[in-house]
Design a protein around this ligand. Sequence first.
Ligand code: AHR
Length: 500
Amino acid sequence: LFAGITVDPAFVVGPVRRRTFGSFVEHLGRCVYSGLHDPGHPTADADGFRGDVVDLVRELGVSAVRYPGGNFVSGYRWEDGVGARAQRPTRLDLAWHSTEPNTVGVDEFVRWARRAGVEPMMAVNLGTRGIQEALDLLEYCNVRGGTAWSDLRRANGAEEPHAIRMWCLGNEMDGPWQIGHKTAQEYGRLAAETARAMRQLQPDLELVACGSSGSGMPTFGEWERVVLGEAYDVVDLISAHAYYCEEDGDLASFLASALDMDQFIESVVATADAVRAARKATRRINLSFDEWNVWYVKRAESRPPTGDDWPIAPVLLEDRYNVADAVVVGSLLISLLRHTDRVHAASLAQLVNVIAPIMTEPGGRSWRQTTFHPFALTARHAAGEVLRIVVDAPVHDTARFGEVPAVDAVATYEPDTGGLVLFAVNRSTTEPVGLTVDLRGFPRLRIVEAVTLANPDHTWSATADDATTVLPRPNTSAAQDEDGVRVELPPVSWTMLRLD
Ligand code: AHR
C-alpha cells in the first residue's frame, strides 16, 4: 500500500498546548497508595512519594494532573485529608468500594505536583456536596492568609498559596453510577452557581463543567446543550471522557478509535457553538478532554470489591497494554492535537498503575508500559503550531466505522527554529504502507530522526522483568530526495519523523 501526505506551513490549526499532555491521579486502586505514594520504598521522600515514579512522570512529559477523581471525588470530604496524619479519619470510598486512609490529601498532592514539575488541576465534589465546600477548598488552596481556611493551610505547613488555576466542577455527573448523579438541568444550575461563587472569590480561575462521560451516553449532546445553557457565561471549558478497547477481536475497528474521538470533539464543539449563537455570545467554550485512554473495562481487574471487602488500595483497573494499545494511544494524541483550536486541555487517565503508562511493584520496581512511549515522544517533540495536513491513503473496511484510511497523521511546526515533526499511524492490521511526505513548503528541512513503534506480535506487553524488548526504534527505511521524504510504516504501528 502507498499513501501520501502534504504538509504546508500556511495551514495552522493553532498552538501546541502543553496542557494537551495532562494526566490524572485518582484515589483509586493503587494509583495513589503503593503507586505515587509508598513510604517504605527506597526512593521515597519525606512525604512517602516515590522518587523513581517522579522521574518517570518527568520523562513522560506530563503537564497538568487532575486530582483527586474521578468517581472518587463525588463522595470525598477534602478536609479529611489535611492536618496531622494521626487525626485524619478513615472513610469508606463508595465509588470503588475501598477504604480511604486519607494519608494523602491536597497538601501532599500539591507538594508532589511541584516535585514532579506538573500543574495541579483540582476537582470539587458536586455529588454529595455543593457550593460551600467548593468555596472552602478554594479558600484553603488559593487565599494567601488571614482567613480561617487559608490560615489552616499555613498551619499545616503550606505558607504559600497552592495557586491552583484549573478547577473541575464535579465529575461525570451525567452517569447514573456517579454518587449524586443529576439531570442536566440540575447539574447545570449547580455548576453555574458554584462557578459564579468561586469567581467571586477568584475571578481568573479556569473552570471546567462536566460534559458527557462518553459519546455513547443516551444524553450525549442534549446534556452539553442544557448544561451550557445554564453555565455558559461562568465556565471556560466543558469536559469529555472516552475510553477505547479492542472488542471481540476486532482489531481494525479498535485501531480506528480516533475516528470516534474526532467525531466526539466535533459534536461537542458544534453544541457549544450552537449555545453561543443562541445567546449571541462572543466568547467560545473549549474542551477539556480530561479522561481518555485505552481501558479494558470488562476485565476482571476492573471490577471493584463487593460485600464486606473494603480493602485499602486494591488491585483495580491494572490494564497491561500491548503494542496495538500504544498505537491507539498515539493516534488519540494525533486526534487531540488536530483539534488544538478547541481542545485546550486533556488528561491521559490515569498516571500510575490504574489504566496507566507507569506501573509499580509495592516497595519494588517501576516500569514503562507500551503506551508510555508514544505519549512521551509526542509530549517531548510536538512544539510550536499544529499544522492541518492532507492525507491521501488507501481505505479498508471496519465493522464499527465503515471505510477507514489506513494512515492518520498530524504535524507540528516551530517557525522560530524551523523544526517540523510528523506523527503518523498505520492502522492496517496486515499491510505495510509506503508513505511519501510532500515537503514543498519546507525546501530546506532534512530528516534528523525517524522512530517507529511496532512489533510482528502486536500483543506484546511490557512487564517488570522485560519492559524493553519492544521500544520505539529508528526507522531505517526513512529517506529523502527532491520530492520529499519516504518512509515505510509497518502494519499496526506508530511513527515519529523529525526534520530540522
Ligand atoms: O478513570 C477511571 C474512572 O473512569 C473515573 O473515576 C471516572 O470518572 C470514569 O468513569
